[in-house]
Design a protein around this ligand. Sequence first.
Ligand code: AHR
Length: 323
Amino acid sequence: MNSKRRALLGAAICMSLGSAVSFPAFAADKPLTMGFSQVGAESEWRTANTVSIKDAAKQAGVNLKFADAQQKQENQVKAIRSFIAQKVDVIAFSPVVESGWETVLREAKAAKIPVILTDRAVNVSDKSLYVTFIGSDFVEEGRRAGRWLLDKAKSMPAGDINIVELQGTVGSAPAIDRKAGFEEVIKSEPRLKIIRSQTGDFTRAKGKEVMEAFLKAEGKKINVLYAHNDDMAIGAIQAIEEAGLKPGKDITIISIDGVKGAFEAMMAGKLNVTVECSPLLGPQLMQIAKDIKAGKEVPKRITTEEGIFPAEVAAKEFPNRKY
Ligand code: AHR
């Protein structure tokens, strides 16, 4: 991806326009207060996302109330209720899982506080419970990973290609969507078979632990690892090496995010490809929050523009990486 495209990150807006929103009038000279509930600090991606949001708030003069949910939905619900009680101007959050949000979002709506979803979507039948969503197309990320593997399969030895899958957090949008997108694409090649699939909760430690179990159960039968994020892939790489195998060679490794750690692994020949998922959502989030409070019409979904980086381009791209 060239730098112009990257600069346009987020400017690639899916203009499925939401309806004009009406929230209490807001004095433009008063700093906007935003309550933000973050998933946690489970990955290199998440750390970069938190930095992006905090930095952008500072730059935009937004008074940010930040709460870390430590990967627990109950903590996010508590944080949102506390933001409502504090009468913040806007609530934004990255939901740890997709379901179970109706009640608290109805409370925010009753308090006339607009809600912005960032990074992960929610599964609610009443779409008016949030104003907009800013983030990636996770299904497309899964498809990109699948398409890369379809192409790679052409040069792999004849016979079944056995895949193990490290899923993200159970019930989270990226875990559900990345699995669906990948499966949708690989089903066109019957040689590609997912023989094990388990959650690694998006963390390095769990990625390593689950990969150890996969290796114990399947050993040298494993040809490909598909990890729903780079951190789990990096943990799995350690497990593969400890099992006396060569990651990136004996086992082809595909992951998602495009963090610096993944580029380092690719440059060391241990990871074959990473699909980009940008965490740099802060500036867009602050702008959209201001637009909503100014009564402007905003799109219902704002999709970030992303690419895919195979190991062959890692060294050239590494100096451009921002996270
Ligand atoms: O929701 C985005 C995902 O969450 C990222 O891929 C992962 O690294 C993070 O924990």
